[in-house]
Design a protein around this ligand. Structure first.
Ligand code: PLP
Length: 422
C-alpha cells in the first residue's frame, strides 16, 4: 500500500451516504430470491420521454457536421459555446436577466462546482486563517461532507422546526438567531429544493442569507439540482434567485443526464473565473458530447417542457402515494412527522422519541425487506450532538407505487413494535 498524505487518506474514505450505500449494496447482493422493497436510491429513474429526448438530441448531433468538432477535439474549460449561449438566451428570456457568456461555467457535474468553491473560497488563507464553508440549514446534501480538503472548515447550523402536530407534518427553517456569517466565512452552500428533506427555503429566507453574506463579499452557492426550469422538481411555487454574490448552480443529472456529468454555475464573472481556472487544473472540461446534446435540449425548449410536464408530475405523484400510505398506516399515537414535500425526489420522515437510533431502525427495516437510508448521514458539518439526527429516515421516491406502498406499510408496523416495546 502506498503511504498517503493527510488529504490522500481523507479522500480515500467513503463519506456520508456512500458508506451506507456499501451496506445497502451488500444487502441487495445477499438477498437473492428474497423480495426487497428498496427505497434508498438517489439515482433518478429512466422516464421514457426523457430517454427519448436524449436519444433524439444524440441522433441530431450524429447527423450534424458538428460531430467531429464536438467529440474529437478539446474545448474551452468554460464550456461548449453553443451550450453557454443556449443557457444565456433561455435564462435572460425566462427570468428577465442580462447574463452574458462570461456569467456561465459548465462543469463536470455540479458536485465539482461545490468541490472547486469549497476549496477556492474555504480552507486556509495565505496568512493561515481558516475560512469557513457555511451550511445554513442542517440536514443538507450529504455530498457536501466530502468536498473540503480541510474538513474542519465545514460548519453546519441546526435549524428550527415548524411542527404541525395534528397533521403529522413539519418543516425546517434556518435559525437566524444562530447563523453566523462573518469575515471568517469563505462561502455559503445550501440545496433548494433540498436533498434529503424536500424543503424549499422561501425567497425571504434566501434573501436574509444573501444579505448576511453581502457585506463580506461571501459567495452564496444555491444548489439548484432539483429546481426549475429543469428538472423542475419543485412541488411548491419557487423562483430561482440571482444576485451579485449568488452562484446559481444547476445540474442536468436529475433531468436524465447524470452519466454525462453536466453542471452549470451562473454568477458574477469574477467568481466564475476563479472556478473556471480551478476546473482547468482539475479536469480540463466536462464531456463535450453531453454539452452538445444539452445545448439542443435547452435551445429547443424541450427540456424545460418535459421537466414541467413529465418529470415533476411523475415524482409529485410518488410523494402523494408516500404521504397517503403513511397517513393510513402509521399508528395515531406515534409521534411521526413527515417533512413537507416541497420538492426533490425523497420523503423525509422524523420519528420523534424513537427508542433506538436511525441506524438500528434501518437494520429492523431490513429484516422485513425494506431499505431506506438512515438520516444521520445527512448532517455534514454539524459539530454538536443532536438527538434529532438519529431520528430521521430518507425514503426515495424512485420506487414503484407498489414498492412505496408496501414499504411504508411495513415501516408503520415496525415503528409500532419498536415504540411499543420501549
Ligand atoms: N446537489 C444535490 C442536492 C444532489 O442531490 C446531487 C446528486 O444527488 C448533486 C448535487 C450532485 O449532482 P451532479 O454532480 O450529478 O450534478
Amino acid at each position: 500500500k502506498p503511504a498517503l498524505t493527510k488529504i490522500g487518506a481523507q479522500m480515500s474514505n467513503l463519506t456520508g451516504v456512500r458508506a451506507i450505500m456499501k451496506d445497502i449494496n451488500e444487502t441487495l447482493r445477499a438477498s437473492k430470491g428474497k423480495e426487497l422493497y428498496n427505497l434508498s436510491a438517489g439515482n433518478p429513474l429512466i422516464l421514457p420521454e426523457v430517454e427519448k429526448l436524449w436519444r433524439d438530441c444524440t441522433a441530431d448531433l450524429l447527423a450534424s457536421s458538428e460531430y467531429g468538432e464536438v467529440v474529437c477535439r478539446y474545448g474551452s474549460s468554460q464550456g461548449y459555446a453553443p451550450l453557454i449561449e443556449s443557457i444565456v438566451k433561455d435564462f435572460n428570456q425566462r427570468y428577465g436577466l442580462s447574463l452574458t457568456d462570461r456569467n456561465i461555467l459548465i462543469t463536470a457535474g455540479s458536485q465539482t462546482i461545490y468541490f472547486y468553491a469549497a476549496n477556492a473560497f474555504g480552507g486556509y488563507t495565505q496568512d493561515g486563517s481558516l475560512k469557513e464553508i457555511v451550511l445554513p440549514l442542517s440536514p443538507d446534501y450529504t455530498g457536501y461532507g466530502g468536498v473540503c480538503l480541510y474538513p474542519e472548515a465545514l460548519i453546519a447550523y441546526k435549524p428550527t422546526l415548524d411542527i404541525d402536530t395534528a397533521a403529522h407534518r413539519f418543516k425546517y427553517r434556518p435559525d437566524f438567531n444562530q447563523l453566523s456569517i462573518t469575515e471568517n466565512t469563505g462561502c455559503v452552500i445550501f440545496s433548494r429544493p433540498c436533498n434529503p428533506t424536500g424543503n424549499v427555503l422561501t425567497n425571504d429566507e434566501v434573501n436574509k442569507i444573501t444579505d448576511l453574506a453581502a457585506p463580506y463579499d461571501v459567495p452564496v452557492l444555491i444548489d439548484s439540482a432539483y429546481a426549475p426550469p429543469f428538472p423542475a422538481l419543485n412541488f411548491t411555487e419557487m423562483t430561482p434567485m440571482f444576485g451579485e454574490n449568488i452562484l446559481h448552480c444547476m445540474s442536468l443529472s436529475k433531468a436524465g443526464l447524470p452519466g454525462e456529468r453536466i453542471g452549470v454555475a451562473i454568477g458574477d464573472e469574477n467568481l466564475i473565473q476563479v472556478l473556471e481556472c480551478f476546473q482547468t487544473n482539475v479536469g480540463i472540461h466536462s464531456s463535450r458530447y453531453g454539452q452538445a446534446i444539452a445545448a439542443r435540449a435547452i435551445e429547443s425548449g424541450t427540456l424545460a417542457n418535459i421537466a414541467e410536464n413529465v418529470i415533476r408530475p411523475f415524482y409529485q405523484k410518488k410523494f402523494d402515494v408516500l404521504e397517503s400510505t403513511l397517513e393510513a398506516a402509521m399508528p395515531k399515537n406515534i409521534p411521526w412527522f413527515l417533512h413537507r414535500g416541497e420538492g426533490a425526489i425523497f420523503g423525509w420522515l422524523w420519528l420523534r422519541d424513537l427508542p433506538m437510533t436511525d441506524w438500528e431502525f434501518y437494520q429492523e427495516l431490513k429484516k422485513v425487506g425494506v431499505i431506506v437510508v438512515p438520516g444521520s448521514s445527512f448532517f455534514p458539518g454539524l459539530k454538536e450532538e443532536w438527538e434529532h439526527k438519529h431520528q430521521c429516515l430518507r425514503i426515495s421516491l424512485t420506487g414503484s407505487d407498489e414498492e412505496i406502498t408496501i414499504g411504508m406499510q411495513r415501516l408503520a408496523k415496525v415503528a409500532e413494535q419498536v415504540y411499543q416495546s420501549a
